[in-house]
Design a protein around this ligand. Structure first.
Ligand code: ABU
Length: 387
């Protein structure tokens, strides 16, 4: 149910400087967030109900571990194992309760049957899920951007969020849909070699990915926000035209910095480079950043994430174990982190950050941690420069 935002939506205008005039109360709109750490007021949490295994297309192959390829070949277009879905659903409901308990308004996408097949003039597919709002929605200030995405199975994913988008729009938010890609064969390198990790590493380093530059595509999760500076990566799902679209769309007020990592399979920046505070980043030791000096110059602090302890025998169909660093900041001093990831919790405690420990292993199997499973809609704060 929509919840009132009245009490939390009033703040004093922080840029007010003239002492001769009484400070004015400024109304914050329904959508407003500039970074990943300001105090969180409202969030969308994804939903696993209706999820379907994506058909095993070239872009799915390029983004998944070969040990799961048989699973995708066998089950593409069907539902995920029912017990797994039920357990993930219960874990996410508990996550929602914990967020509410921490004072955050929780919103959910609509249930959708993603097994339904669809055809466009260019392709036929079935869907995936509305489990990872971070992949599709990007909030920059008072604007909410629906990403074009790059997987054919995600072409219609936005539909699950439309009731929420319309509600935010009616309440005053700016609502943008990035150019919808055709996703015809030209968007994909059908000969993308992906038999060995070494081969993929070389290709990624040379800037060759499974998506081409036929048209803009991006997932919102390849962008991470720090006020006027937004950092992003060219990945298997985000191309250079997509990054260029974002920069031109946001205009002069923001700078979109393309950064890169030693990563054979980049897809979503938030388990590689997670900005958790002003000038404070958790970095993945297996995926070193190639632009460290640029951050050092700006006096940013890098904290290396400890190795994940997630068990090997639990399936992660669409991600690596680095979901351990895919955390959600509730404010600069509180983080939602996995209960099992004790070394990561220790790291946060050393940084003076309180850990709210939650366990979502069955939900993790669908490809995301707390950051991926959510998309912040409103954080109390203003547009600042940190870089
Ligand atoms: N969707 C986030 C997955 C990131 C990773 O496996 O590194």
């Amino acid at each position: 149910q929509p919840q009132s935002t009245e009490s939390s939506s009033r703040r004093t205008c922080s840029s007010f400087t003239n002492p001769a005039v009484k400070p004015v109360e400024q109304k914050m709109g329904p959508v407003c967030s500039y970074n990943e750490w300001d105090p969180l007021e409202e969030i969308i949490v994804g939903r696993v109900e209706g999820a379907a295994v994506p058909p095993f297309s070239i872009e799915v192959k390029a983004n998944t571990n070969e040990k799961h390829w048989d699973f995708f070949k066998r089950s593409g277009g069907c539902s995920f194992p029912a017990e797994h879905v039920e357990r993930a659903k219960a874990e996410i409901e508990e996550l929602c309760n914990i967020l509410r308990h921490e004072g955050v308004t929780v919103r959910r996408p609509e249930p959708v049957d993603f097994q339904k097949e669809y055809s466009t003039p260019d392709f036929t597919s079935s869907g995936l899920y509305a489990a990872m709002p971070r992949d599709i929605l990007l909030v920059i200030g008072d604007e909410i951007i629906e990403s074009p995405m790059a997987w054919r199975s995600r072409f219609f994913e936005y539909r699950a969020y439309r009731p929420l988008m319309k509600e935010y729009f009616r309440a005053g938010a700016k609502w943008t849909t990035a150019p919808k890609p055709q996703m015809s064969d030209e968007l994909y390198d059908m000969n993308y070699p992906m038999d060995s990790v070494t081969e993929r590493n070389t290709l990624a380093a040379r800037g060759r990915f499974v998506t081409t530059e036929f048209e803009p595509c991006f997932d919102a999760a390849d962008f991470i926000r720090a006020g006027r500076d937004i950092f992003c990566q060219r990945s298997q799902v985000t191309n250079l035209m997509g990054i260029e679209w974002m920069q031109r769309h946001l205009g002069d007020e923001y700078t979109v910095h393309q950064i890169s990592f030693n990563d054979p399979n980049p897809m979503h920046i938030d388990a590689t480079f997670n900005i958790i505070g002003p000038g404070l980043v958790i970095v993945n030791p297996d995926r070193p950043c190639n632009q460290l000096s640029m951050f050092k110059k700006a006096n940013w602090d890098f904290v290396t994430a400890p190795k994940p302890v997630f068990p090997d025998d639990h399936p992660l169909w669409m991600s690596s174990k680095w979901l351990s660093m895919n955390v959600l900041m509730l404010d600069p001093k509180r983080v939602v982190v996995d209960e099992i990831e004790k070394p990561t919790q220790e790291m946060f405690r050393r940084l003076g950050i309180e850990c709210i420990c939650v366990s979502i292993p069955f939900a993790n199997s669908f490809g995301g941690g707390f950051h991926c499973w959510t998309s912040d809609i409103r954080r109390r704060g203003t547009l600042e420069t940190y870089f």
